[in-house]
Every structure is written in C-alpha cells, then in structure tokens.
Write a protein that binds this ligand. Structure first.
Ligand code: ACO
Length: 334
C-alpha cells in the first residue's frame, strides 16, 4: 500500500462580502441574532453574472492548489469534485474542471454528500492513491449557494448561514511519513428529509413543474430542521473524531489541528469542549465565510496552512456532519 500526502492547497471566495447587516435589507433578522446563534459575521456571495459558478470557483481553487504542489493540470490523474450546488443537474462539476483546467481525459468523479462532501471526497481519493492506481488527484469542494436561497423572512433560518466559495487539495503519492492514516464514513438515510432541497428531482419532472407552478412552493429552497440537525451534529462530530483517533491510538491531546466542517461556531465550540481541546487546536473561520458546505474544510485547511497553523508531520483531523445525514472524519499525518 502506498501513502497519501496533501501536496497542494488552494481556495477561492467571491469578492463580494455580505455582512449580517446587509441581510437585514432582505429579511427580518439582526447582526446580534446571527452572531449569537451561529458565530457568522459575514459571508462571500457571488454577484450574479460575475462569471463565478460552482465549477469556475472550483477551478480557481484548483489552480492555486496545483501551483502550491508545483504541478500542472497534465500531472493530474483523477478529479474528485464535491458539491451540493452543481451548475447543471447533470453532468457534474468534475468534467467541467477537466475541461477548464485542460487536464488529459482523466476520470472525473462527483461526490454528492453535502457538508460531508469533502471528507468523503478525500477518503475516496486516498483509496486510489493507496492502491497505486493514481499518483496525483485533485480533490475539490465548491459551492454557489447564495442564488438558491429564500432571502425573505420566511427563509431566514437557513439563508443567513450559507456562503459561496471553493477549496481544493492535491493528494499525491507520499514519498515520506506523511499519510492519510484513516477515514471514517457514516450515513443514516432515515433523516434525509431533515435537511434537503427536494426540487429539482425526478419526482417533479419539467412538465409537472410548469403545469403546477406555485410561487409559494418551498420545495425549491433548502429545508433544514435546524434544532434537530444541531442535536445530531453535536453527538456525531465528537463520536466520529474519537472513532478516528482511537483507530490510530491517538487522543484529542495528540491533535495539532482539528478542522471541523464550519456549520455553526456553537457546534464547533461544543465539540472542542467535549473533547477537552485547547483553542489553538481548533480551526474556526465561519465568522468570515459562513457555512460553505463541501468547500468549508478545504478553505479552512488552506487558510490554516497560510497562517502557519499546520506544518509537516502534524496530526490534522477533519470532520463533518450534514445532510443525509452523513458524517465522517479523516485522520491525517500532514
Ligand atoms: N434572524 C432572526 N430570527 C431568526 C432567524 C434569523 N436569521 N432564524 C430563525 N429565527 C427565529 C425563529 O423564527 C425562532 O423564532 P420563534 O422562537 O419566535 O419561533 C427563533 O429564532 C429560534 O429559531 P431556531 O431555529 O430554534 O434557532 P436555533 O437556535 O436552532 O438556530 C440554526 C438556528 C442556527 C440554524 C441552528 O439550528 C443550527 O445551526 N443548526 C445546525 C446547522 C447545521 O449544522 N447544518 C448542517 C450542515 S448544513 C448541510 O449539510 C447542507
């Protein structure tokens, strides 16, 4: 078995910053409510028509990751692309990246695991490296969520949370001790309806949508049973982190940096407390970006690297929980 190493990191967020106060123009909310309940202060949203799409943002993050890894698109053997907000119903973003970057006709795989998308994508790429099938894989998480939100007061419980952006890593065959030590993936589909966007879907074909068009139909917008998701998240996050640590005979004190999916600052603080971890052991940047779903972990990883919070040899743990429900962790010797 070969080892896997993150050799390149990159991120991209659209220029436009939307503060909590900006949101009060659309809906009945307040900076105080959003900060107190979520920790979010601002997020980046595309300006419709500015050229940013889920795929193009993913490409921008990928270019940075390739540069960091000192590789070109021709060195890439495979692409794994995670998103819940693809540009098209099909095909997925992976093939768009293959085209836009000018990679060879390599395989492109799309991952539809929402907030856990990047954890699943990294775990998938790791298997291809470990078996020796591929040497360099681009793993991308990208989301354009702002254009699909209900910005009226009706949608405020969801709309204030989500941001746009992309993050990417290059996962390569390791020539030293660096490795992804293990991956831990879970799902519980009985909760699929607790956090979902139901339409478009094949139960609502185009003719039915046109015939029965109803501007009050909320099934086009994300539905989230926030309290319910919150309660499951604070159980599953610590559980899957401990599962990963125990599999490697590690304890929370051995973790140099925990990168939780940035879902809600209160969730991350709860996890930190439950695991008895110090402030410097946990990465939080939801304050600036909101919840960027599949992009949140690679954005946070890249930012942690840029800030010098990760160095080679560190134990870095990523963990996510979200729609599905799905959850997981990657235990990384950086
Ligand atoms: N501004 C002002 N008031 C609001 C807002 C808002 N933006 N949103 C909701 N409220 C009101 C509600 O109407 C409610 O009012 P009421 O008491 O008069 O009925 C009150 O605030 C409390 O609402 P709750 O929904 O109970 O608020 P809660 O404390 O649960 O916070 C939140 C909501 C932030 C969404 C929280 O539940 C949460 O973070 N949940 C988990 C999110 C998560 O982890 N998602 C998974 C990843 S996302 C993915 O996978 C796609």
């Amino acid at each position: 078995m070969y080892k896997s190493k993150i050799t390149g990191l990159g991120k991209y967020v659209p220029e436009r910053i939307v503060t909590n106060n900006d949101l009060t123009k659309y809906m009945d909310t307040s900076d105080e409510w959003i900060r107190e309940r979520t920790g979010i202060e601002e997020r980046h949203w595309v300006v419709p028509g500015d050229g940013n799409t889920t795929a193009t943002m993913g490409v921008k993050a990928a270019k940075q990751a390739l540069q960091h890894a000192n590789l070109t698109p021709k060195d890439i053997d495979f692409i794994v692309f995670a998103t819940l907000s693809p540009d098209y119903y099909f095909p997925g973003g992976g093939v768009q990246v293959q085209k836009m970057l000018g990679c060879d006709t390599v395989g492109a795989l799309d991952v539809r695991n929402q907030c856990s998308g990047f954890v699943y994508a990294l775990a998938t790429a790791d298997q291809f490296i470990k078996t020796g099938m591929y040497k360099n894989i681009l793993v991308i998480g990208s989301e354009l969520q702002s254009t699909g939100l209900d910005l009226s007061t009706r949608g405020r419980g969801v709309a204030v949370i989500f941001g746009d952006g992309a993050g990417a890593v290059v996962l390569s065959r390791s020539d030293d001790d660096s490795d992804i030590l293990s991956n831990h993936l879970h799902s519980e589909g009985k909760y699929a309806e607790e956090l979902t966007v139901k339409v478009p879907g094949n139960q609502n074909p185009p003719n039915k949508l046109v015939e029965n068009w109803d501007s009050e139909d909320l099934s086009y917008y994300p539905y989230m049973n926030g309290n319910y998701v919150f309660k499951h998240a604070v159980t599953r996050f610590p559980e899957v982190i401990m599962e990963g640590l125990q599999a490697n005979n590690l304890t929370p004190q051995d973790v140099d940096l925990l990168i939780p999916h940035q879902a809600n600052l209160r969730i991350s603080q709860f996890v930190q407390k439950k695991l008895g971890m110090k402030d410097e052991q946990i990465m939080n940047n939801i304050q600036k970006y909101g919840n960027t779903t599949a992009a949140s972990i690679p954005i946070a990883l890249t930012e942690a690297w840029e800030q010098g919070r990760i160095k080679r040899g560190d134990i870095v743990v990523t963990a996510a929980f979200g729609s599905g429900f799905t959850w997981g962790s990657n235990i990384i010797k950086f």
